[in-house]
Design a protein around this ligand. Structure first.
Ligand code: UD1
Length: 365
């Protein structure tokens, strides 16, 4: 029997932990899983609603760290997590993604000599100004087992000198959650509530510090959006950081007077229902690049790089950066094209069975 602490800290972690935890619960003779929530994300809309939608039980342990500078948040997670590891004595700690909770918990384990498995290892944007890139590189370098979602990630790890015997290409566990919940999401009333018909609106998400903390960059993106919104409504569920910046930079009126509909962050099922009916998605999120690829929805990524190149090579993703002209022209191309969706492929092992493969590997390791 393997005892595993599954770390969930921030919104993009929850849909990765859910299928792994569920699989471990199903294999009760082999696994004794627990969920540790660091509290990095704590608003109901950023955390609790995801646990509900994903059918996850309340966390076994809640560290309640909350927000702070990167140093404060990372240090708090480490200080709170260390005694949990010492008292629970897990066989494995499983961390997912690239958020501060990921590196903080991995580092605690590496120092205590407790085995860590990193799910979604090997992704690289090559942009070290991105806090997540630092988290990825460091977490991979100290993890005992690295589960990758795509073969480019295996190649990245090889180039960094990580021994191949620590790496397992298992596919994309986030797609397990997507495929598991697609049907359920049809019962969401979000499209009716917002009076939207499938294929007649765009969805936008934006929260990266490089896009929303810089007034000039954000206002350029907004200019492009205002222009695209003249063609079709853009639904914009905004992260708390983004909402605060819209107020601070004085953008609220321009948005209120446009066809951009700024709404609160949505739960997992409502958001899935929303983007799965979109004509176009504009985003700086990592996960949404993958979800749109699987569903064949055109996605414009408002960044200069991506750690998920397979979504461009095989999927629907296009990297457009933050130049307003480029965003507008790519958006118009996508809106006018009928070919994109049909021409795309789903990357290998994004098949809804990644959690099973992760559990098999943990048993054998
Ligand atoms: C974090 C992750 C990022 C991920 C994003 C998804 C890191 C370094 N970044 O960024 O990779 O894409 O989550 O959302 O870990 N806040 C709230 N309520 C909350 C959480 C945050 O109001 O529940 C506000 C706080 O003002 C906080 C700010 O949002 O200071 C930023 O939160 P934080 O967790 O530091 O980073 P994110 O931008 O959410």
């Amino acid at each position: 029997m393997i005892k595993v602490l599954n770390i969930a800290g921030a919104r993009p972690n929850f849909m990765k932990v859910a299928p792994i935890y569920a699989e471990m619960k199903r294999r009760a003779g082999e696994f004794s899983p627990m969920i540790v929530h660091t509290g990095q994300h704590y608003d109901a809309a950023m955390s609790d609603s995801f646990f509900d939608d994903l059918g996850m039980p309340k966390p076994d342990v809640h560290l309640g760290v909350g927000s702070g500078s990167h140093a404060v948040q990372t240090a708090k997670i480490m200080t709170e997590f260390e005694p949990v590891v010492l008292s629970e004595k897990p066989d494995w700690v499983l961390v997912v993604g690239d958020v501060n909770s990921t590196i903080a918990c991995a580092l605690v384990c590496a120092k205590l000599g407790v085995k860590v498995a990193h799910v979604e290892a090997g992704l690289r944007s090559r942009d070290r100004a991105m806090p997540e890139e630092i988290n990825r590189i460091l977490t991979d370098s100290i993890s005992d087992l690295l589960f990758t979602t795509s073969q480019d990630a295996d190649e990245n790890l090889k180039q960094e000198g990580i021994p191949a015997e620590r790496v397992r290409f298992v596919g994309n566990v986030m797609i397990d959650s997507l495929l598991d919940h697609l049907k359920l999401a049809e019962s969401s009333r979000i499209r009716a509530d917002l009076n939207l018909a499938a294929g007649e609106y765009a969805v936008m998400t934006l929260h990266r510090p490089s896009n929303v903390d810089d007034k000039l960059v954000f206002s350029g993106i907004l200019d492009a959006l205002l222009s695209v919104a003249a063609r079709l409504p853009i639904i914009f569920p905004a992260h708390p950081r983004t909402k605060a910046k819209i107020e601070e930079f004085g953008f609220a009126d321009a948005i209120a007077n446009s066809n951009i509909r700024l709404i609160d962050p949505l739960g997992y099922l409502d958001f899935m229902r929303l983007y799965s009916g979109a004509k176009l998605v504009l985003t700086d999120s990592g996960g949404l690049q993958e979800e749109t690829t699987v569903l064949g929805i055109p996605c414009l990524t408002l960044r200069h790089n991506t750690e998920r190149p397979v979504t461009i090579e095989m999927g629907t993703n296009i990297l457009v950066g933050t130049d307003p002209e480029k965003i507008m022209s790519a958006a118009y191309d996508a809106l006018d094209s009928t070919k994109l969706a049909a021409a795309t492929l789903v990357p290998p092992l994004w098949d809804g069975k990644a959690a099973g493969r992760i559990c098999d590997e943990l048993i054998q390791s």
